[in-house]
Structure formats: C-alpha cells, structure tokens
Design a protein around this ligand. Structure first.
Ligand SMILES: [Zn+2]
Ligand SMILES: [Zn+2]
Length: 113
C-alpha cells in the first residue's frame, strides 16, 4: 500500500478512503439484493434470512483473500489472477500483489489525482 501510494503520488489515506467507500457501497448493494432471497451471497445455498452467508462461506470469507491461483480485490470483490494486480512489496501474504486489482487501482488513481 505504501509503495503504491508513493509511486502514484497520492496519500495512503486517500487510497484507503477510496477502498473503503467502494467496499461498503458494493457490499451493501450486494447484500441488500441477496438478503431477501434467504440464500448465501457466495454459494447460493439456502440459509436463514437473518444471515448473509452460510457457515462455510462465512469461514472462507473471514479466513483469506488469497487462493492458490487467484487473489481477491478488496474494491470490486472479484477473484482475479495474480497478473491482474500490481506488485506491492508490503504484501507478502498476497504473493506481493496489491489489495486492488489494476482496474480498481487505476480508478482510485484517477479520482484522487
Ligand atoms: Zn455459502
Ligand atoms: Zn478490483
């Protein structure tokens, strides 16, 4: 994150604000749409209407944003291959890839230039 913010000439906080805003907007929209159906937002399995994910998916969602061949973008919530992310020396847990995919990263960059 630091390396990205520095190389793009935006502050670390600006990057985080964009990430958070995008995250909450998308998550709220997604949950609102899916919640009424009584199905897990990830796998579609039938669940109690008060929850948003089944137990399995809740565990996965909590556990990791990294899979063997893909990484989770924290802005658009999609799983994308490593090549869809910029290098970030601060994130060894993500095989040194950014928290945002290139698409979302570029959007954040444009908005805060
Ligand atoms: Zn599920
Ligand atoms: Zn993204």
């Amino acid at each position: 994150m630091t390396a990205i913010a520095a190389s793009y000439g935006v502050s670390r906080d600006a990057v985080r604000r964009v990430v958070d805003a995008a995250y909450y907007a998308r998550e709220q929209a997604r949950l609102a749409a899916r919640q009424k159906t009584g199905r897990c937002v990830d796998c579609g399995r039938a669940i109690t209407p008060t929850s948003t994910r089944c137990r399995d998916c809740a565990g996965i969602a909590r556990r990791t944003t990294v899979r063997t061949d893909t990484l989770h973008c924290s802005a658009c919530k999609q799983w994308k291959p490593d090549s869809a992310y910029y290098h970030d020396q601060d994130t060894p847990a993500r095989r040194y890839h950014s928290w945002l995919c290139k698409t979302c990263d570029n959007q954040a960059r444009r908005r805060y230039r």
